[in-house]
Design a protein around this ligand. Structure first.
Ligand code: CDP
Ligand code: MG
Length: 161
């Protein structure tokens, strides 16, 4: 069993896509073990999008991303399941909506390219964040949720695992 963090970014909340997005995780039998709405400030957002982003994508991308993620409240969700990290990334799609196939969240609800975003000094608006590996998932779940906010319970899916 793994736990992973999902953030429906402010864009997803403002476009009223929360229900549709959560439905996809429930449909795949992933269990919601924590969920809340949070309006993060820049300081908090920097703990989520650490220096690692600047190293991988550049300082400018990190700055734009910090604005994008703090422009309104997000929905933070902790999901649990078998290989949850990889499975959630599969449902979410790739970083670039243009290359995310239909059926993925980023492919179905967005379409922009890296090239378009970079040319127009915009972040890649891809609606949703999902932890990328075990190390990030542990760190991110602990950042957004206290242990008290995470729940252990039986759900119908436990019968069909
Ligand atoms: O979110 P994901 O793990 O797929 O990608 P990442 O490499 O961890 O980058 C984090 C976020 O930075 C992406 O989800 C995009 O929103 C944003 N990004 C961007 O604005 N411009 C880029 N050229 C690359 C990423
Ligand atoms: Mg990432």
């Amino acid at each position: 069993m793994e736990r992973t963090l999902v953030l429906i970014k402010p864009e997803g909340v403002q476009r009223h896509l929360v229900g549709k997005i959560i439905q996809r995780f429930e449909d795949a039998s992933l269990k919601i073990i924590g969920m809340k709405q949070v309006w993060a400030d820049k300081e908090f957002a920097k703990k989520h999008y650490t220096e690692d982003i600047a190293e991988r994508r550049g300082e400018k991308v990190r700055e734009m991303l910090l604005d994008y993620i703090t422009e309104g409240p997000v929905i933070a969700i902790c999901l649990e399941g078998v290989d949850a990290i990889e499975n959630v990334r599969k449902i979410v799609g790739g970083t670039e909506p243009r290359n995310s196939p239909p059926g993925t969240i980023r492919g179905d609800f967005a379409h922009v390219s890296f090239a378009y975003a970079d040319k127009n000094n915009l972040p890649v608006k891809n609606l949703i964040h999902a932890s990328s590996d075990e190390t990030d998932a542990k760190r991110e779940v602990a950042l957004w949720f206290s242990e008290k906010e995470l729940h252990s319970y039986k759900s119908i899916q436990d019968l069909f695992m």
